[in-house]
Design a protein around this ligand. Sequence first.
Ligand code: GAR
Length: 195
Amino acid sequence: TKRVAILLSGGGSNMVRLVESMGQGHPARPVLVMSNDPNAGGLARAREMGVPVASVDHKPFSKDRAAFEAVLIEHLEAAQPDILCLAGFMRILTGDFIRHFEGRMLNIHPSLLPKYKGLHTHERAIAAGDKEAGCSVHEVTAELDGGPILGQARVPVLEEDTAETLAARVLKQEHRLYPEALRRFAAGDRSRFEL
Ligand code: GAR
């Protein structure tokens, strides 16, 4: 089975769904959950599920992204991941880091890429008057949120939506989409799908 490491910064609801999905007969298994925030809720949830965790606080490295990433890579290499999943990891990664894991790194992004790369995706979709929103799982390349799309799921945008209500609707789909995308990717299937 493929060894999967997961990077997160927050509550880790996507990480929980990924770990839960990797049961018996699955082509992958979780070997490490790591955060740039030692207090991230996702670390405690991973620990509860019996997954090894690590954290590298980015703050002492504020002036040196390369040094921060070198420590990340040290932890990751010790776990020997075949696949690296970004799941709400909110630090920009350098080209060097991305090249290191090229071809084996996935990300989930809360928009229908190529629309709304970067932050505040739901605010922007509402402000634009979009009738639909969604989420994308893509391969990570040097272009921020710009790598090949593996899968997407759509939701309607409702008249009364706020960024929060829309985010909650999209997050439910993220929880379906990411496990499916990981399962396909781990099995060697990189064809694009819609949920
Ligand atoms: C998710 O909505 C994910 O798509 C988003 O952060 C949230 C993390 O939630 N990621 C990004 O915005 C990446 N730029 P979680 O910690 O509960 O999985």
